[in-house]
Design a protein around this ligand. Structure first.
Ligand code: LLP
Length: 432
């Protein structure tokens, strides 16, 4: 096992993913190549779904935050696994619609839904809008009233928590483009307005404190602040908040320095806190919604590349260049995210080599990692980067007019293309 159960090494010394030989997969589908192990993904969905029901009650619902990895096949799996989904854009909604995802189980997020987004989502019958701010509340109300419907909404509330994660992915503190803060009084203002606003039905509140969080404390703190706020709403407005969405954000093991996470145990601990706090604050426990993205799909993924130039700069460092880079995984360039990499065709050899893994874009920041431990690399080797299922394909670009790699799903010894490799023709398709 390497990091996660579904990564291993076979008798040929090749990396296996979900029991399949990664070198064979690279040969068959070409590189760069995203692989998603469907069983690993479904297992995570089941852990969340079962733990949410067991610890929060039968009506609890985990949503898949589909910004982490979005294509029609993923929404089909989320539907089959009994999940809801979080969509943040017209494009994600459209993809979900194409996949036939049940609209009533969609939560529509985003801090700046355009009038067209709002109208398209209502055309689709999206179950719940997560309204970010006062201005958006008016826009949603206007469109719903014009249609003569009542739109179910949650309000995005900023609890003011700093979960000590990377600054660029913190979303729950007061000075944020997301939500209305309790601390500034804006949260109470928007709640009061929503209760009295035509065309909307205030079902509950939402908060999301950040991403790649390993500690339970920030979630417990957010839950405490939110339940106190719900009690205050009951007292001041005589209004019952029936649903509380606690967002996503649980961390994922990317390297051996990250600890393993028992997700069911985390959900159990958060549930205990929520139950106790509801009792203490004299409120009925609202229906709980969870919204994980990364922890559902990250570990299920790996990216395979072919090694090209290997350059050793004496006294400095070794560069191993691959046929992908920041266009298929911008996370090192953006956040210095750490990954585990290995030479897939030499997986049983010791990692005696240190190298910077470079992409092929015309930009020195185009790196997948620095000072990485690897097996000795040579031109033609297959390099694997593990745990790339989240925020890789979904954040991929065509920088330098590089076509996006395909996504191949594997399950029970079979592989199937879920997203085709982009061609140069695809790249020029919209040029006029
Ligand atoms: N709900 C909301 C409202 C969110 O904004 C997010 C993530 C999630 C749920 C899912 O969070 P997760 O369980 O995946 O941590 N591109 C960055 C991550 C940005 C996360 C944005 N929001 C990265 O590559 O690390």
């Amino acid at each position: 096992m390497i990091l996660h159960k579904h990564f291993d090494v076979n008798a040929e010394g090749h990396l296996t993913i979900g029991g399949m030989d990664s070198v064979e997969l690279a040969k068959k589908h070409g590189t760069p190549l995203y692989i998603i192990d469907e069983n690993a993904l479904r297992t995570q969905c089941r852990i969340y779904r079962e733990a949410a029901r067991k610890y929060f009650g039968e009506d609890a619902l985990p949503l898949y935050a589909s910004k982490a990895l979005c294509f029609t096949g993923i929404y089909k799996i989320a539907a089959e696994e009994g999940m809801g989904i979080d969509c943040v854009s017209g494009g994600e909604l459209y993809t979900a619609k194409k996949a036939g995802f049940p609209a009533e189980r969609i939560y529509f997020h985003g801090n700046n839904k355009t009038d067209k987004d709002i109208s398209d989502a209502m055309d689709m019958g999206v179950g719940t809008f997560v309204v970010d701010n006062n201005d958006e509340l008016s826009a949603v109300s206007r469109e719903a009233t014009r249609r003569g419907i009542t739109q179910r909404i949650l309000l995005r509330i900023t609890p003011g928590i700093d979960p000590h994660t990377h600054r660029a992915i913190v979303t729950g503190n007061v000075d944020s483009k997301f939500g209305s803060a309790i601390e500034t009084g804006q949260a109470m203002e928007i709640v009061k307005k929503a209760i009295d606003t035509e065309g909307v039905c205030l079902a509950g509140l939402h908060c999301h404190i950040g991403s790649q969080i390993f500690d339970i404390e920030p979630f417990a703190d957010a839950a405490a602040i939110m339940t106190q706020f719900i009690a205050k709403i009951k007292k001041e407005c005589d209004f019952e908040i029936k649903e509380l969405n606690l967002g996503g954000g649980l961390g994922v093991r990317y390297t051996e320095y990250d600890r393993e996470i028992d997700y069911a145990d985390c959900i159990c601990k958060i549930a205990k806190v929520v139950t106790e706090l509801c009792k203490k604050n004299g409120i009925a426990q609202p229906r709980i919604i969870l919204e994980p993205g990364r922890s559902l799909v990250a570990a299920a993924g790996a990216t395979l590349y072919t090694v090209g130039s290997v350059k050793e700069i004496t006294g400095f460092r070794n560069y191993v260049s691959v046929d992908g880079g920041m266009p298929d995984n911008p996370r090192y360039a953006l956040y210095q995210s750490q990954y585990t990499a290995l030479i897939a065709n030499k997986a049983s050899e010791p990692k005696t080599y240190r190298a910077t893994i470079a992409g092929r874009c015309c930009e020195s920041g185009d790196l997948l990692g620095e000072n990485m431990e690897l097996q000795k690399a040579e031109r033609g080797d297959i390099l694997a980067v593990l745990v790339t299922g989240a925020y890789n394909y979904s954040m991929a670009s065509n920088y330098n007019r590089i076509p996006r790699p395909p996504v191949v799903m594997i399950k029970d010894g079979k592989d199937r293309v879920a997203v085709k490799r982009e061609t140069y023709e695809d790249i020029v398709r919209n040029d006029v």
